[in-house]
Design a binder for this molecule. Structure first.
Ligand code: SF4
Length: 447
């Protein structure tokens, strides 16, 4: 067993990591699907979208060949509607709420229709918004992720000049650095950021990190308001022996490397264990397999009923050949010569439901051992607690505290997205950015 990079040919990498979303074969196919929509009154698909995209409206616009109008409808609610159509767990959101489910029929392919309109907008560089006259106001946004970009776009449309400070070399945040490349390709992420900033009035300064290159205090001197959308990013530790062995990594870092260094540069084991079963765990497991791992086993301490990922994501992992070990929890990572060689796991069982109805996993006393040479930890992320403390932001365990107006304890400083809620979907961060922008506009007496 060994960990190695450059396991595949250039063609194989290309094939394994190309976009998994097939577009409609042609315009007619999109129109046929759009015409299946019942254009429901009080449509549940709108209510289940965190950004409240007017789904029946944009589908009607596609059905009448008004693709530009459809793209405008989508982007008005969600400027990252293109990326979200690729990464949203739609079976839990819009498509899961579609009334066709009640009739036991296939729901409308809302995400595919959304991609149809937004892909055309990006390809055609359609500029669907204009900026209002300049207000003379300036706002700093920290973080060019979904919350920051969405906030910046709304503010710029209102005539505010926005400067985004981004610690990475590219924008997009989680979309660019934290999601499987075959779901949303690096090229698409770059195009999406360019599309958002093409409105004008938004400047992104890269390699600028809060606490290292910039401080809140300094930004407050220059700008009329500051919005913080720094996300979360520190991988949660397993707190078990063996975590420092060579071959133990975390899913965030693993996916980040795949996205930033290129596929051949990222080493992967022959036999990989992935701890956790959230979306990040699935992305790590499937990509480990696509990098050339021979066996990938996902370790999850509960059962399929409690799993945090969607069934579609689980199916994807299984299709890629990943195994799932249910009711198992890591107990110790064992090594030879400083390198991972085995993963010892507790066999778990679920307790009786507590007052809230939740059944907790408890060890049965039995264990089993997996022969592995790589362990990827995907047990969640924690916020940047030291950083927010250093910047004197009120917080709870690192999550920035805001009031109902998205305002932090520091006057003129607002926050939203994962750094506030601890980590949700991209689409939630986009809505948080919109909420933050609305609050800033009120604060600046512009709306
Ligand atoms: Fe169309 Fe389904 Fe939404 Fe109804 S619920 S408007 S059928 S997408």
């Amino acid at each position: 067993m060994a960990i190695a990079n450059n396991r595949l040919s250039a063609e194989a990498y290309e094939q394994h990591f190309s976009d998994i979303h097939p577009p409609f074969e042609n315009r007619e196919a999109a129109l046929v699907e759009a015409n299946r929509c019942l254009f429901c009154y009080d449509a549940p698909c709108i209510k289940s979208c965190p950004t409240s995209i007017n789904v029946p409206k944009f589908i009607k616009q596609i059905a009448t060949d008004n693709v530009k109008g459809a793209a405008h409808t989508i982007f008005l609610s969600n400027i990252m509607g293109g990326g979200c159509s690729k990464v949203c767990p739609v079976e839990k959101l819009c498509e899961g709420a579609c009334v066709y489910n009640l009739m036991h029929e296939t729901p409308i392919h809302i995400a595919k229709l959304q991609r149809y309109a937004t892909d055309k907008a990006l390809e055609g560089q359609w500029q669907l918004f204009t900026r209002k006259p300049a207000t003379g106001k300036k706002v700093a946004v920290i973080g060019a992720g979904p919350a920051g970009l969405s906030c910046a776009h709304v503010l710029s449309r209102e005539g505010i000049d926005v400067t985004i400070y981004e610690k990475e070399a590219k924008g997009g945040g989680l979309m660019t650095y934290g999601i499987a490349a075959y779901k949303v390709t690096p090229a698409y992420c770059e195009a999406e950021v360019d599309y958002i900033t093409s409105l004008g009035g938004i400047q992104i300064l890269y390699n600028q990190e809060l606490g290292r290159d910039i401080t809140l205090a300094a930004l407050q001197q220059t700008y009329d308001a500051v919005y913080i959308g720094i996300g979360v990013g520190i991988a949660r530790q397993l707190e078990i022996p063996g975590e420092t062995l060579a071959g133990v990594t975390d899913a965030i870092g693993f996916i980040y490397d795949i996205r930033s260094k290129g596929y051949p540069a990222v080493p992967v084991g022959d036999k990989v264990a992935v701890i956790g079963l959230g979306m990040t765990a699935i992305d790590a497991a499937t990509q480990a397999k696509r990098l050339g791992a021979k066996e990938v086993t996902i370790i999850y301490r509960r059962t399929q009923e409690e799993m945090p990922c969607t069934t579609a994501e689980l199916d994807l992992a299984k299709l890629d050949g990943c195994q799932v070990q249910w009711l198992a929890a890591p107990k110790e990572i064992k090594g030879q010569n400083g390198q991972v060689s085995q993963l010892l796991c507790d066999v778990m069982q679920l307790s009786a439901p507590d007052a809230s109805g939740r059944r907790s996993p408890i060890p049965t006393g039995n264990t089993f051992t997996l022969e592995v040479d790589m362990v990827i930890k995907a047990a969640g992320q924690t916020p940047f607690e030291m950083l927010v403390q250093q910047e004197q932001l009120a917080h709870r365990h690192g999550r920035i505290l805001i009031n109902e107006h998205c305002a932090t304890n520091i006057p003129g400083v607002f926050a939203g997205g994962d750094c506030v809620n601890g980590g949700k979907e991209v689409v939630d961060a986009v809505q948080a950015g919109k909420d933050g922008a609305a609050a800033i506009l009120k604060f600046l007496s512009i709306q």
